[in-house]
Design a protein around this ligand. Structure first.
Ligand SMILES: Nc1ncnc2c1ncn2[C@@H]1O[C@H](COP(=O)(O)OP(=O)(O)O)[C@@H](O)[C@H]1O
Ligand SMILES: [Mg+2]
Length: 226
């Protein structure tokens, strides 16, 4: 137990805008333990999105290393890195990007088509995923027929469908009220507890903290506590 599934060491990220250079991340060290819910918190502009995108191999650091299961990602080619991401990671965002003219079921199915999930197992996997987010009774609903919280839970069902090991969620509750936000975080918590998933999410909502196993606070691109 307590395997470290993702590790970032000495992570730095600079953005140039005109004459100015913004140090969005300054020598960040972070470890994500397997089978835990980790929250990255901090104000707007603190560097949360920058960090989660680097940990999730969507973006590369300007300095420092990111490891997945002890494999250092910068030594990989873009193609190898994309493969690591595609197989092992799932993503959930603040804006719930479900496809509007597909039902909840079809949205999840589409994801499985893209990841070449075995055809004969697709139907049962979709039903399992709907059940895991507590929405078996919403399979034939279109996104416009779902509440914001339900739509985000369908987006979570979609993100876990291909059986990734880690879910990265950038402000997944940012567009929801506190009640729906807590439902979403509780779905993550149950996935961690029952499915052994690892979840990394960002938020600036203080109501979410007690549900997390670990909380890292970012301030001006630095981690100020652990
Ligand atoms: N593409 C970009 N170009 C220039 N500056 C950026 C870019 N993305 C983020 N930043 C800056 O980097 C800092 C961290 O941003 P971000 O990681 O989005 O913070 P958070 O998600 O915590 O709000 C901010 O000062 C932001 O303005
Ligand atoms: Mg952000």
């Amino acid at each position: 137990m307590d395997n470290i599934i993702i590790k970032g060491t000495n992570l730095c990220r600079y953005y140039k805008s005109g004459e100015q250079t913004i140090n969005a991340l300054k020598n960040v060290d972070i470890e994500i333990k397997e089978g835990t819910l980790t929250i990255l918190r901090g104000r707007s502009g603190a560097g949360k999105t920058t960090l989660i995108n680097i940990l999730g191999a969507i973006d590369r650091p300007d300095a420092g290393e990111v490891y997945f299961n002890n494999a250092e990602l910068s030594s990989l080619t873009d193609k190898e890195r994309d493969e690591v991401r595609r197989i092992n990671y799932g993503f959930v965002f603040q804006s719930i990007a479900l496809i509007p003219n597909m039902t909840a079921y079809e949205n999840i199915e589409f994801e499985l088509l893209l990841s070449n999930y075995p055809a004969s197992e697709r139907d049962s996997r979709i039903k399992d995923c709907l059940k895991l987010v507590g929405l078996s009774n919403r399979a034939v609903h279109f996104p416009s027929q779902l509440s914001g919280g339900e739509a985000q839970r369908i987006a979570i069902a979609r993100s876990i469908a291909h059986k990734p090991k880690v879910i990265f969620a950038d402000e997944p509750t940012g567009a929801l009220d506190t009640k729906m936000g807590l439902q979403v975080v509780n779905v993550f918590k149950s996935l961690v507890q029952n499915e052994k998933l690892t979840v990394v999410m960002t938020t600036h909502d203080p109501n979410m903290m007690e549900i997390a196993d670990y909380v890292y606070t970012l301030q001006d691109g630095e981690i100020v506590n652990e």
